[in-house]
Design a protein around this ligand. Structure first.
Ligand code: F6R
Length: 588
C-alpha cells in the first residue's frame, strides 16, 4: 500500500524530486510520509504525519536519497512510525512496503542484542538486521539478500548505505520497478512515479536483488548472488493522462472518462476478449476472483454469463480463495480481476490457483503489474491511470469487458459491442449538468443520514452491492446493498421513517418484484430514490438511466458514483483520499 521512491546518481536537487515522486505515489498511502537524504557518511531524515507538503527546497542537494508514503499497519500514525527508519549508528536507512509476519521475534532478538528501536513498526527490524549483517563490512546486496530471507510475509524493501552511496532492493510479491534517467538511477513502487525520469524500466521479480549506484542498475539472483541480465520494458504510462487537468478531483475526472474508456475497450479489446471467451469454453470450470469493487464486477460477470451465454462461472472473493482451493484442479480456469494488479489477497489467490493446476487469466488495468506478469492469458482494460482511491472507470471497464466476453462466448461479439456503445452514449447523456441535478438534490436530502440501503434483483443485485460500496467509501454513510428479495428476511427491521433507500428498478423481468420491495420500504417511511429507465409514484426522487438491456450494470454504476461524490462534497470530505483507505492493497 505504501509508496516508495528513491534515487542514486549525480548531485541534484533531490528533495524536490523526492517530494514530487511521493506526491505521485500518495494514493498508495497517505497517513504520513518521510524522506532520507545521504549527507557525508550520515543521513538526514524528515518524517511527518499527514499529506506530503513543501517543495523540497529546504533540503540540500544530494546524490542519494529516498522517500516513502505510509499506510499504517504496525504502529499508530506518528512522525516516529513514518519511514524511513535508521539503524542505531545512522549510516543505513530503510523503506518498506508489506507486513513482516515474524517481526516480533526478530525485534525481541535485536533488543536483546542491544539495538535501540525508535518506532513501533515492523519495518524498523530491517534497519537493525542490516546493521548486524554489515558489522564487519561486506556487500550491501549480499547483506540484504540474507536479511530478506529471514523476513516472513509479502514485502518490498529498499536499503540505503550513506557510507558507500548505494542502494539495494528486494521484494516478494509487493512491487518494485527501477529505471535510469540522465543523472542517475531511480526506484519506485509504481511505474507512474518513474515516468518523468525514464522511458523504460526493469520490473523486479521475486527472488531477484537490485543494486543501484551512480553507475546504474545491476541485477542478481538473490539466492546465489549470480548476476542476471536487466530486462527492459517501455514505460507507456502517460504523465499527461495522469494529470488532473480542469477537474477539481480525480474521482469526478475518472467518472467522466467512463464513456471513452468503454468505447476504447470495444475497439481495442476484441482479440483479448475473444481469447478469454475461448479459454472459458475450453475450461473444465471457471472462477472469477476479485476484491472489493473487482469482486462486484466478478459477480456481475457471473450473472451476465448465465444470462447471455448460458455458462456457469463461480465467483470467489480474493481473500476467501484458500477455502475454495480443494475444488481447483487441472483444466480449470481462474480469472483474476484487478485494477492495480497488485492486490495481495488476489495475488495469493492466483498463486493458490496455480499450485492447484489451474490456468490463470487476468482482467487487469495496470500493464506489467505483478498480476499481469504472472498469468497465462490477459485482457487489458486500457482505462488509463486511476488515481482516486475509489474504483470507478476500472469497474465499468471490467463490467464492459465481461459483457463483451459473454457475448463472444455466445458467438455474437458484435451484439455486445453494440450494447457497450449504447451504454457509453447513455453515460454521456447522464453526465450532462441537467441530468446531474436530481443527483445533487438526492445528495442534499441524504447528507445527514447515518445509514442507507440499496436494493436490486437479478442483474441489478451486483449493481446494488457496488453502489453501496461506493457510497460508503466516500460519504461515510453506512450503506448496505441487498438482493431485494432478502428485505423481508431481516433487513427491513432497520427501516425507519426517513431512512434513505436506493432502489434499482430496471425495465426487465425483475421490475415488478423490485417495486413490491420498494413498496414495503415506502410503507415503513423509507425515503426512496429510484434508479431505472421509468419513473414510479413510489419514488421520492427518480434518477433516470437509459434502457440499455443487458448493459444496465454499466449505466447503473453512475448514479451511485455521483451520489457518493456529491455527499462527500457536502460533508467536506476529500473524495480522492477517503479515510483509512488506500489504493493498491498490497498487504494481506
Ligand atoms: C473500491 C476499491 C477497492 C478495490 C479493491 C481491489 O472503490 O477501490 O474495493 O476495488 O481494493 O483493487 P484492485 O482492483 O486494484 O485489485
Amino acid at each position: 500500500m505504501c509508496g516508495v521512491f528513491g534515487y542514486v546518481g549525480e548531485q541534484v536537487d533531490l528533495g524536490s524530486d523526492l517530494l514530487r515522486g511521493l506526491r505521485t505515489l500518495e494514493y498508495r498511502g497517505y497517513d504520513s510520509w518521510g524522506v532520507a537524504l545521504g549527507r557525508g557518511r550520515g543521513i538526514d531524515v524528515v518524517k511527518r504525519v499527514g499529506r506530503v507538503h513543501g517543495d523540497g527546497g529546504e533540503f540540500a542537494p544530494a546524490e542519494i536519497g529516498f522517500g516513502h508514503t505510509r499506510w499504517a499497519t504496525h504502529g499508530g500514525v506518528t512522525d516516529a512510525n513514518a519511514h524511513p527508519h535508521l539503524d542505531c549508528a545512522g549510516h543505513l536507512a530503510v523503506i518498506h512496503n508489506g507486513i513482516i509476519d515474524n517481526h516480533r521475534d526478530l525485534r525481541s532478538g535485536l533488543i536483546r542484542r542491544g539495538h535501540r528501536f525508535r518506532s513501533e513498526t515492523d519495518s524498523e527490524v530491517v534497519a537493525h538486521l542490516m546493521e548486524e549483517a554489515l558489522l564487519d563490512g561486506g556487500d550491501l546486496g549480499a547483506a540484504l539478500a540474507a536479511v530478506f530471507a529471514r523476513l516472513g510475509g509479502l514485502n518490498a524493501v529498499v536499503v540505503m548505505d550513506a557510507r558507500t552511496r548505494e542502494m539495494a532492493a528486494v521484494k516478494r510479491v509487493s512491487p518494485l520497478v527501477a529505471g535510469v534517467g540522465p543523472s542517475g538511477a531511480f526506484i519506485a513502487s509504481d511505474a507512474l512515479a518513474l515516468r518523468p525520469h525514464a522511458d523504460r524500466a526493469v520490473y523486479l521479480e521475486d527472488g531477484q536483488l537490485l543494486r543501484m549506484t551512480r553507475q546504474g542498475l545491476a541485477l542478481f539472483d538473490a539466492a546465489t548472488l549470480h548476476p542476471l541480465p536487466l530486462r527492459w520494458a517501455e514505460l507507456d504510462c502517460s504523465v499527461a493522462e495522469a494529470a488532473l487537468g480542469a477537474y477539481p478531483h480525480f474521482m469526478i475526472k475518472e467518472i467522466a472518462e467512463q464513456p471513452a474508456v468503454i468505447e476504447r475497450l470495444v475497439e481495442r479489446g476484441r482479440a483479448e476478449i475473444e481469447a478469454l471467451a475461448e479459454a472459458i469454453a475450453e475450461a473444465r470450470a471457471t472462477a472469477l476472483v476479485g476484491c472489493g469493487t473487482a469482486a462486484n464486477a466478478a459477480l456481475t460477470g457471473r450473472y451476465l454469463f448465465a444470462r447471455i451465454a448460458g455458462v456457469r462461472l463461480d465467483t470467489v472473493v480474493g481473500a476467501e480463495f484458500a477455502a475454495h482451493a480443494p475444488f481447483v484442479a487441472s483444466g480449470d480456469l481462474v480469472i483474476a480481476l484487478s485494477q492495480s494488479g497488485e492486490t495481495a489477497d488476489l495475488i495469493e489467490a492466483a498463486l493458490i490457483a496455480r499450485a492447484g493446476g489451474a490456468r490463470l487469466a487476468a482482467i487487469v488495468n495496470v500493464k506489467r503489474s505483478t498480476l499481469d506478469r504472472m498469468v497465462d492469458l490477459r485482457l487489458h482494460l486500457g482505462a488509463g491511470p486511476e488515481q482516486c482511491v475509489l474504483a470507478t472507470k476500472s469497474y465499468t471497464a471490467k463490467v464492459a469487458a465481461l459483457l463483451l466476453a459473454a457475448h463472444a462466448a455466445a458467438g455474437d461479439y458484435a451484439r455486445g459491442a453494440g450494447l457497450v456503445r449504447t451504454a457509453a452514449e447513455g453515460l454521456r447523456e447522464m453526465l450532462r449538468e441537467e441530468r446531474v441535478a436530481p443527483v445533487r438534490e438526492a445528495a442534499a436530502r441524504i447528507r445527514d443520514a447515518g445509514h442507507m440501503f440499496v436494493i436490486g434483483r437479478g442483474l441489478a443485485y451486483p449493481s446494488a452491492l457496488e453502489a453501496a460500496l461506493k457510497i460508503k467509501e466516500v460519504s461515510y454513510i453506512h450503506a448496505e446493498g441487498f438482493a431485494s428479495g432478502e428485505l423481508k428476511h431481516g433487513v427491513i427491521a432497520l427501516i425507519e421513517p426517513g431512512t434513505p433507500c436506493l432502489i434499482y428498478a430496471p425495465n426487465d423481468e425483475t421490475r415488478a418484484d423490485v417495486l413490491s420491495g420498494a413498496m414495503e420500504l415506502k410503507s415503513r417511511g423509507g425515503f426512496t430514490i429510484g434508479v431505472g429507465p421509468e419513473p414510479d409514484p413510489l419514488f421520492d426522487i427518480h434518477l433516470p438511466t437509459p434502457d440499455v438491456g443487458d448493459a444496465a450494470p454499466i449505466v447503473n454504476a453512475l448514479p451511485a458514483q455521483l451520489l457518493g461524490y456529491h455527499v462527500a462534497m457536502l460533508r467536506g470530505h476529500d473524495p480522492d483520499r477517503p479515510r483509512n483507505l488506500a489504493k493498491s492493497v498490497t498487504v494481506k
